[in-house]
Structures are given as C-alpha cells and as structure tokens.
Ligand binder design. Structure first.
Ligand code: ATP
Ligand code: MG
Length: 579
C-alpha cells in the first residue's frame, strides 16, 4: 500500500486512507469519490462512531465526493425505528449532510436476484445442516473444514430449495444458503459462509414480505457495490472479511449484470453500481469508558444511568447533552489521527479537545454552585448598579454584557474560610479579596446558624477600589466570582463526572464487571445561582462559569425560569496525578 502521496499543503490531512484516495484519483480510477456511513440501527451511536462519521463524510467533502447514510438493517430482530431517528439526528448534529439516505432493506430484491445468480453459476448451495453441525464441519484455525453432504446438490435442486425458502416453506434455521468457496481455506470466513438464513420475523421496513434475510457480509458488500461506493471504510475487525467482501463483489459483478438492478430502477433509484474497495482503520477506544452497544444497552436497561442520553453516557446523544460540541469531536478525531493500530486512548484527549473547543467558543458568565451570602454593609439596602463585563477575554467579537451588582451577593462557600489553611488566598475574617470586576471587600464579621455554620459574611467595600477609581488596581491576594442575590436566578446544577472509577472498566476480572466500577459521585445535583443572562441562554448553549468549569444549558430541561446546567468538563484536569 505504498501509494505515492502528492505533496500536501500544511494543514491538509494526509493519513494512509487519504493517500490511497489521492493515488486512486491520480490514476484516474474514479470520476468521483463515494463513501458511506453504514450503522446497524440496533442501538445509539457512540464516540467511536463519530470517528467513522468524520472519516466517511469528511473524506467525501474534502475530495468533492458524496457520502450516503445507509442503515444496515438486515437483522430485524434487534433493530428499532427509535435508533434510526437518533442516528439521523446525530449525523446532522455533527454537521454532515448525506447524499442519499438508504437502507440495506431497499436492496432485498437485488440481493435475492444476486443469490439466484450465484446458484446458477455454481457459486452457492442450499445446506440442510443445522447451525451446530455447520459449526462442527467448519474446522478450526489449525484444521481444515469438511464439506457438507449437501454441498454438491444440482443447480436445479438448489434453485428449487431456495425458491421454497423464499416462499416461507421451512422453519427458522432449517436451511441456509451458503457460498461455495473453500472449506480448506486458511481464512475461516471463506469456508462456505452463509449468505441467507431463514427467519420468520417482521422487518421494520419490509414487514412480513421476507422469511429469509441476507447475512452481513453478503448484504454489506453488495450494498456498497449497488451505491457505487468507491472506498468502503470500516474498522479493523473486518480485515479478515475483506476476501469474502471481494468474493461477493466479484462473483455477483453488478457492473456487468445490470439486469440485477432492475428492481431498483423500477423503484426510481439511480443506476450507480461500481466495484468498491474496502479499507480498514483502527477503532477508537478510550479508557474510563465502555463503548460496546451491548454494555451500553445493559447500563440503560439495568437503570445504572438515566437512559441513552444520560450525560455520562459515551453515546452521541449523551455527550451532546453533556455539552460536547461537534467542533470538540472533530478536534479530537483530528488529534487522534487514522492508523491501523488499535489502542486504548487516554480519556484526557477527549476532555482536552472539549476544553480547547469551549475555551475558544464559550462565553463567560458568573455562577455560584455552593452559595454563601455576602452582605456589603457600607452600601445602602436598595443599592443596585450595573457593571460592564466582556463576554470573552480572548474574543472581542463576543461583545459585552451588563452584570447587576448590589449590596447582597452570593459567593462560593469554599471562597470563605473562618480559619484559613496556610496559603489560603481568598476571603477570611479581617482579610481582603477582590470581587471580580466590582472592587475590593474586607470581611468584618460573620453570622452563624444554630449549629455554628456560617450563613452570612459581612463586608465593607473599599470605595477607592471600585472600577475606574484610583485604587482599582490595588494588589490583593485573591479574586473571587459572585452574583447579585437581587438579580441572580436559582439554577439546578448537575455536576457530572466520569462514570467509572478505573481506567479499564471493560476488563472482567476476578468475578468483577464494569458494574462494580461505577463512580458513585458521577452525578451530583446542587442548587446554585447564575446571572440572569445565563438563565436566558438557549438550551444547548455552552458557557464557562468563571473559575468553576464549562457548563451547558440542558437540551431538554433548561428554561429561563428554571435553568438547568450540566457540567461538561472542569477547567483543569482534576484526575491527572490522582493515584
Ligand atoms: P459496537 O461494536 O460498538 O456495537 P458496531 O461496530 O456494531 O459497534 P455499527 O453500527 O456496525 O456498530 O458501526 C457502523 C460503522 O461505525 C462501522 O463502519 C464501524 O466500523 C464504525 N465503528 C463502530 N465502532 C467504532 C469505533 N469504536 N471506532 C471507529 N469506528 C467505529
Ligand atoms: Mg456492527
């Protein structure tokens, strides 16, 4: 695979897949690049799928080609329209537009005609062996398989039996249609793999029209060929399937058998058949996560999380609700790169991409998540004023806003200590602190409740330290954030953290499973106060609450009257360096 890459300009991606594509285009192999993203609608898409989506759609975009969204719906028992809707939502959210929305089930008639052609060519046969027997005959990695006693049926008998399979005459599992390839092949996928199985089950698109369903490798390769896909990108576990993929494409040869496409032409589909090329790349995996659909499904059905879109889930619906942005995911995919080496990446790569994206994109606000009342005693009770704050320290175009300031504020409880530990730089009795953008206060005394807990700190504001005054730049050790109690809006703050406490929750060891490593502190809900302008943000707006972290207005529950903010990520990595 030593494609000769053209010299690419800085910033232009040039991984091994793009090198292959550049070489194919340079050789004039294709007029246009066509790719597809082919999820099976049997669950929600996760962060790993984002890599495949960015690659499939991204490459089509970069090379002026097209990308289809194809739902690989050949396994009706496990599939659901709920997933189909979420998949479309996810792809659109990431900012991609599909050329055509297709379903493998759109092609069922073509697969069926193709199977009959294989039978007529002597390339497929109907087998009566049971699933267990097929397994027994298949052999092992070190031992060749044995031919089924039904392998040499006549073409006519095979055609007749396949017609009767299709007519629904036989019970589930009674027979299969198998490719006739090589029972001694070193690649077990080539030992007469099944092409069709009998399954009397309703399909979400085709109803009860079919009692037989095509197997993955057959349907997938032919779907690519039907759509004229030039480069079929998939993850490494399909590398061993590539010889079978090529076998199906070559033996059916849609390019030279246009008659097989007639059912689609009758339905108004364009004729696009071509010979696709499969290229594999490594799966995306992060520590501190589980990503297989089966385990994600278990987390949901066992009630260990609050559904597929729980902000702690690695589903795209979940991380979107957590405050991840399409920009952060694309940044992460670019940083991770494309290779053929599977590895477990550190979750800090994902979180770091989010921090960097939000640092640039999120406006700044003030919010207090563990409120303590601060009263300024040298301002009149009715005091209210409006201070001008910039919305983003590094981006003037984000503009400014007015922040109400008054004699009663909420500050963060941890920013006050009655008995300060050594090195404490914030507020303490007799000490000074700067109230961000408002001036310097000195704490004179505190009010406690019946159990001795501080409920109010009482301060005087230095009039000379106010914005614009001579003493505004007077040095003090600390600056803290605040909101005006007269104007701030009470908010539900959902503090999310990693769902698992260990880097590799996926390893089932010593009788433990990922269920045993759930982080009990992964979701903490508190009541805080935020600036009114934060409360008024639209759902899904990402904000930095200064000194606290990045938050997002919840996609579903947030309203200006009842603001709900989810913590997307802390300002710094609070996990690194932990034992
Ligand atoms: P899972 O194994 O997590 O259940 P899957 O591979 O069964 O996922 P599909 O719906 O078949 O999910 O995947 C659609 C496409 O996304 C495939 O091309 C697949 O290779 C790719 N994909 C799935 N998981 C990852 C991943 N972790 N990293 C990169 N691509 C992935
Ligand atoms: Mg799959």
């Amino acid at each position: 695979m030593s494609a000769s890459p053209e010299n690419t300009a800085p910033g232009v991606k040039n991984d091994f897949i793009r090198q292959i594509i550049r070489a194919d285009l340079a050789e004039g192999k294709h007029r246009a690049i066509r790719t597809r993203f082919p999820p099976e609608p049997n669950g929600y898409l996760h962060i790993g799928h984002a890599k495949a989506i960015c690659l499939d759609f991204g490459i089509a975009q970069e090379f002026g080609g097209t990308c289809n969204l194809r739902l690989d719906d050949t396994n009706p028992a496990k599939e659901d329209p709920e997933y189909v809707r979420a998949i479309q939502d996810d792809v659109q959210w990431l900012g991609f537009t599909w050329n055509a929305l297709r379903h493998a089930s759109d092609y069922f008639e073509v697969f069926h005609l193709a199977a009959e052609q294989l039978i007529r060519q002597g390339d497929a046969y109907v087998d009566d062996l049971s699933a267990d027997e097929v397994r027994e005959y298949r052999g092992t990695l070190t031992e060749a398989g044995r031919p089924s006693p039904f392998r040499d049926r006549s073409i006519d008998e095979n055609l007749d039996l396949f017609r009767r399979m299709r007519a629904g005459e036989f019970a589930d599992g009674a027979r299969t249609l198998r490719a006739k390839i090589d029972m001694a092949s070193g690649n077990i996928n080539l030992r007469d793999p099944a092409l069709y199985r009998i399954k009397h089950v309703e399909h979400q698109n085709t109803g009860d029209a079919w009692p037989i369903y095509p197997m993955y490798d057959f349907a997938h390769s032919l779907s690519d060929a039907i759509e004229g896909i030039t480069h079929s990108l998939c993850t490494l576990e399909f590398e061993d399937h590539r010889p079978l993929y090529d076998w199906c494409v070559d033996r059916v040869d849609l390019v030279n058998h246009p008659e097989l496409l007639q059912p689609l032409v009758d339905k108004g589909f364009p004729r696009e058949a071509a010979k696709p090329r499969q290229i594999e790349f490594s799966r995306l995996n992060f520590n501190y996560l589980v990503m297989s659909k089966r385990k994600l499904m278990a987390l949901v059905t066992e009630g260990l999380v609050d559904g597929w879109d729980d902000p702690r889930m690695p589903t795209l619906q979940g991380i979107r609700r957590r405050g991840y942005t399409p920009g952060a995911l694309k940044l992460m995919v670019d940083r991770v790169g494309i290779s053929k080496q599977n590895s477990l990446l550190d979750i800090s790569i994902l979180e770091g991409a989010l921090r960097d994206d939000l640092d640039a994109a999120a406006q700044r606000r003030m919010g207090v998540i563990d409120p303590l009342k601060l009263v300024i005693t040298n301002l009149p009770d009715a005091h209210e004023e409006s201070l001008t704050f910039s919305n983003h320290p590094k981006d003037e175009s984000a503009g400014e806003r007015q922040v109400p300031f008054s004699n009663v504020l909420w500050i963060e409880r941890e920013d006050f200590e009655e008995i300060p530990p050594k090195g404490f730089k914030r507020l303490t009795v007799g000490g000074d602190v700067r109230l961000r953008g408002a001036g310097i206060v000195r704490c004179d005394d505190v009010i406690k409740d019946a159990v001795g807990r501080v409920v109010e700190v009482r301060c005087t504001l230095d009039p000379e330290s106010r914005p614009g005054m001579e003493g505004a730049n007077r040095k003090v050790k600390g600056t803290i954030h605040w909101v005006s109690a007269k104007d701030a809006v009470e908010a539900e703050i959902r503090l999310y953290d990693r769902l698992f406490t260990v880097p590799d929750p996926d390893v089932d060891e010593g009788g433990k499973t990922y269920r045993d490593y759930l982080n009990p502190g992964s979701r903490r809900v508190v009541t805080g106060y935020v600036e009114r302008s934060a409360a008024q943000a639209a759902p899904e707006t990402g904000l930095q609450f200064e000194r606290i972290g990045y938050f997002v207005a919840d996609r579903y529950d947030h309203t200006p009257a009842h603001p709900v903010f989810n913590r997307s990520v802390t300002l710094r990595d609070t996990w690194s360096g932990k034992p």
